[in-house]
Ligand binder design. Structure first.
Ligand code: SF4
Length: 517
């Protein structure tokens, strides 16, 4: 190890911390060929958790030995060979299931240990990796999914995201963080990267320095969801884009060396920032970076929640990018192959993924847009979805997730279908469903958040139910949604939501959103 683990002397380290000191999480990647050769039963139970560092979780029930794999997609940018490789993995090993996550990554299910070496080989051949996609490590870096095409972004951030991502990939100096660690880097003026809910975010900023207007970043730190959500706060600093990696390393070093390691539920960077405040954090940051200029102006206009439906002009004249809905973020492998073919025929082969679990096909010449849209797949994966289906987000849920209490994806899809049949509104309502108090589906920032739980019915049987939360947004500084009274049994959920939305429709002014209401 190139660095001193100063926290290792702390007697109050939790059990996971002690295990991480005994074996670095990334080392599991070296063990996988042995386990693949010898089968699932050769993996000691105490090693199961370390598979997260390889981007692998055991899906439910763990004893069956099937893995979920998350693949990093920095900024959500995928080339045609990458899309085809991912589709091939889903088809050959993942029973065809291809999920887009709320951090632009791709998830597979049903993988067996014997298959992992070949999957790693296929990913590596096209420059993809699942290393660090889970675990107490820097996760995939969220970015502007239209960077490089975006007529309004301050500057192209694709190379910066790649530089920062490459630095942290399989870097054992930063593979033992106190908890998961999420970065975003974007200069999209509609906050497409959901800056405030990341541990640390680089966001668009301008500042006049020596009479010259400079474009760069502000730094927000300490955001995160789960049971105790926090919005990231802005550090009083202006960051030259050329110093992004240096600052990212400094922030990560502070988290690694000063983050809390006694109680896992209090270990995220957000808790350190909540205790220190951003002023103290800046002082510590400057011990690594030297003095940083104070912050400038933030040109962010509004929040688009990562939605890009429709046909849009790119900054390159004559080219368009098209935003499509992927219902609850799930495609099958054949659809992904088809999208790769189409993106190659009409665009440059790229596909981009969004935080909203949707996708973008860029670089389509204007005169080819109609022909592209006539392809049959775009009857389901549409640029103009029905309102509720088009704004329905869901986590993995009980189908595969060990922590889940309830079904999510299919239920969210059914809820959206029914609401589209029964209610018409003049504004979209973003609805996010999660299967437990964790927040993979980012329930807290939804107009309507639905959080699953188990309750007893009158007959004392355990049934699936949901709490309803309303009014979340990242507009105007951001606010998390608030819980309504009661727990709604799954079978009553649709009717309760219809009543709630009918009330909203009757009482609101024209154009008024859930946040304004
Ligand atoms: Fe699983 Fe909970 Fe995350 Fe949903 S929010 S995927 S149920 S851990």
């Amino acid at each position: 190890m190139a660095y001193v683990k100063q926290w290792a002397e702390n007697e109050k380290l939790n059990k996971t911390e002690i295990a991480k000191l005994e074996k670095d999480g990334l080392k599991i990647i070296d063990d996988i060929p042995y386990y693949a050769e010898n089968g699932f039963d050769s993996i000691p139970k105490e090693q199961w958790d370390l598979f997260k560092w390889a981007g692998l979780y055991l899906q439910r029930p763990k004893e069956d030995g099937y893995f979920m794999m998350r693949v990093n997609v920095p900024s959500g940018i995928l080339t045609k060979p990458q899309v085809e490789t991912l589709a091939g993995i889903a088809k050959d090993y993942g029973r065809g299931v291809f999920d887009i996550t709320t951090r632009q990554a791709i998830q597979f299910h049903w993988l067996e240990i014997q298959q992992i070496p070949d999957i790693f080989k296929r990913l590596e051949a096209v420059g993809l990796s699942s290393a660090g996609a889970c675990g107490d490590i820097t996760r995939t870096i969220v970015g502007n999914p239209i960077t490089g095409l975006d007529p309004d972004e301050l500057f192209d951030t694709s190379a910066i995201v790649k530089e920062v991502y490459d630095y942290f990939q399989r870097n054992e100096d930063f593979s033992n963080l106190p908890r998961k660690y999420k970065l975003s880097i974007s200069t999209n003026l509609k906050n497409a990267s959901n800056a405030e809910i990341n541990c640390a975010s680089f966001t668009p900023a301008v500042k006049v320095i020596d009479g010259v207007e400079k474009k760069g970043f502000h730094l927000k730190v300490g955001g995160g969801l789960s049971a105790r959500p926090y919005l990231a706060q802005t550090v009083d600093a202006f960051i030259d884009p050329e110093r992004t990696l240096e600052v990212a390393i400094a922030v990560t070093t502070i988290f690694r060396d000063y983050g809390y390691r006694e109680k896992r539920h209090l270990a995220r960077l957000k808790f350190l920032i909540a205790d220190w405040g951003v002023e103290k954090f800046k002082e510590k940051l400057e011990e690594f970076t030297g003095p940083l200029p104070s912050k400038g102006e933030e040109p962010v206009e509004e929040w688009n929640a990562g939605y890009f439906y429709g046909v849009h002009d790119q900054k390159q004249e004559g080219l368009k990018f098209l935003g499509f809905n992927v219902p609850v973020g799930r495609l099958d492998a054949e659809e992904v192959f088809e999208l790769a073919r189409i993106s190659g025929k009409y665009g440059n082969g790229e596909i981009r993924t969004c935080n909203s679990q949707n996708l973008i096909i860029p670089n389509v010449p204007a005169e080819m847009v109609d022909e592209l849209l006539a392809e049959p797949i775009f009857e389901r994966v549409t640029i103009n979805p029905n309102s509720f289906m088009g704004h329905a987000v869901s986590c993995t849920g009980i189908e595969y997730c060990n922590l889940a209490l309830v079904e999510t994806k299919e239920r969210m899809r059914h809820v959206a279908l029914e609401l589209d049949n029964r209610i018409e509104l003049d504004v979209p309502v973003r609805m996010h469903m999660v299967g437990c108090p964790n927040s993979c589906g980012q329930r807290q920032i939804a107009d309507i958040g639905l959080q699953g739980m188990k309750v007893r019915n009158k007959e004392k049987q355990m049934i699936e139910a949901y709490e309803i939360y309303v009014g979340g947004t990242l507009n105007a500084g951001g606010q998390f949604n608030e819980k309504l009274k009661g727990k709604i049994p799954a079978e009553e959920l649709n009717d309760v939501l219809v009543n709630l939305l009918q009330y909203f429709k009757a009482e609101k002014n024209a154009g008024e959103s859930f946040f304004d209401f």
